[in-house]
Ligand binder design. Structure first.
Ligand code: PLP
Length: 439
């Protein structure tokens, strides 16, 4: 490979990617777009530095400004989430979960979490699946019982299972609530009660719903009994790709140590600066944004349903969050893989997803029965309920009517032209997907 040519090629690919995303409808539930202000922080010199330890007690010199930014991020997060203790140093959601496992469990302990088909994340999974809990921290994982109809933990069946396991001497050390397909609030209160009975801890993975919780919507896991809340900062919360931990003062010391030195050395200071900026934006605009996210998700669910899609959770209003799960088995394309590929050709970016009953029906993650949709990013771009109807119509034409997706993509591009700026932020001089050149 010629170095100079390859160098040019990398920049060309970056530009094409920006252009591609400026023309598409982005509906990946775990994604969002940061403001131009956050992007400015991401290219600052903070990204070249180290600041191991806690602000004011660093292992490195040169941290005076970094410390102040980190303290700002901590204070903002404490306010937004009403948390006694916040650690903003996890570099991702998986990292935040690992820190929590390190603080509250020992290898060999048993935890309970959701299985992957029921919406659990790979960081909660068993060693046999290369899940982080099992493969990295040596935990044994039991599953919550799940109610396919209500898309939630079946609390009665779960309590029965817990009593049986405890009766057999199989103690559960930690309950890990939260999920990657998370349309309805989890029974944190009920799980916290039974956890207290058996002396167990309760953690809550808010990776997907952090932005809703910060806005006072969805649920309030700390007040409902959780000991620790871990999150990604870039899903419904519109920060840079990173993680965060919320907890109580009584667990502060062990969480700090479990983070540094146990799990994190460099804590990626440019994305920390971006997080501080995003939390300012969230404090000012987070409520309006999150309310619109939930309205848009419900509107998209309804619009798809009316056009013949089998959107799950119909009797419950489809969702209380940003996410929808759609069973595509009865569409002409028959599985989530083919729907994902066809929609991509039409300029609509979604991901295929296992449905809770897929494994029982012999389907697997490569060709699952569903797709998962999220509306965080389109909401950040300023779309409202009427735009959700237009998106549903594009999807129907591509998936149900079998129209040529390339033709649809041209209309999608036209539709997108009006939504090129980031909303819910202080400054929007630059478009959301503008490629910024410094060379
Ligand atoms: C996305 C996600 C994570 C992982 O977060 P990263 O920031 O990608 O490491 C953890 N838990 C859940 C439930 C998630 O959905």
């Amino acid at each position: 490979m010629d170095a100079r040519e390859t160098y040019k090629r990398v920049f060309q690919l970056l530009r094409e990617h920006h252009d591609f995303f400026s023309r598409c409808i982005p509906l990946i539930a775990s994604e969002n777009v940061t403001s131009p202000a956050v992007r400015e922080a991401l290219i600052s010199d903070f990204g070249h530095r180290y600041a191991e330890g806690w602000p004011g007690e660093r292992v490195y010199a040169g941290c005076r400004y970094i410390d102040e930014v980190e303290i700002i991020a901590i204070e903002l997060a404490k306010e937004i989430f009403r948390a006694e203790f916040v650690d903003v140093r996890p570099i991702s959601g998986v990292c935040a979960n690992l820190v929590m496992y390190t603080a509250f469990t020992e290898p060999g302990d048993r935890i309970m979490a959701l299985s992957i088909p029921d919406g659990g994340h790979i960081s909660m999974a068993r060693k046999g699946l290369w899940g982080t809990a099992g493969a990295v921290h040596g935990l044994r994982v039991q599953y919550f019982e799940y109610d396919d109809e209500n898309l939630n933990i079946d609390i009665d069946a779960t309590i029965k299972k817990i009593r049986r396991l405890e009766g057999e001497g199989k103690h559960i050390k930690l309950y890990l609530l939260g999920a990657s397909v998370f349309p309805f609030p989890h029974p944190v209160k009920e799980i916290s009660e039974i956890a207290a009975e058996y002396g167990a801890k309760v953690a809550y993975d808010a990776a997907h719903v952090a932005g809703l919780i910060g806005a006072g919507l969805f649920q309030d896991p700390l007040r409902e009994g959780a000991d620790c809340v871990q999150m990604s900062t870039h899903k419904t919360l519109f920060g840079p790709q990173r993680g965060m931990i919320l907890s109580w003062e009584r667990y502060a010391e062990r969480l700090k140590r479990a983070l540094f030195p146990a799990n994190v050395s460099n804590h990626h200071l440019h994305t920390l600066a971006g997080l501080a900026v995003a939390l300012c934006e969230f404090k000012e605009f987070g409520r309006a944004y999150a309310r619109q996210v939930v309205r848009n998700a419900k509107a998209l669910g309804q619009a798809l349903y009316e056009r013949g899609f089998k959107v799950l959770g119909e009797s419950l209003g489809f969702t209380e969050s940003h996410v929808l799960l759609v069973d595509v088995v009865d569409t002409p394309l028959r599985n989530g893989f083919r729907v994902e590929k066809t929609l991509e050709k039409a300029g609509i970016i979604v991901n295929r997803n296992l449905l809770p009953y897929d494994v029982k029906k012999g389907r697997h993650y490569r060709e699952p029965g569903g797709i998962r949709l999220g509306v965080s990013e389109v909401t950040r771009l300023g779309m409202k309920e009427t735009e959700m109807e237009e998106i549903a119509e594009f999807m129907k034409r591509a998936v149900i009517d079998g129209e040529n997706p390339e033709n649809i993509s041209r209309e999608v591009e036209e539709f997108r032209k009006e939504y090129q700026h980031c909303h819910y932020c202080f400054e929007r001089a630059v478009e959301a997907y503008r490629y910024i050149k410094l060379r």
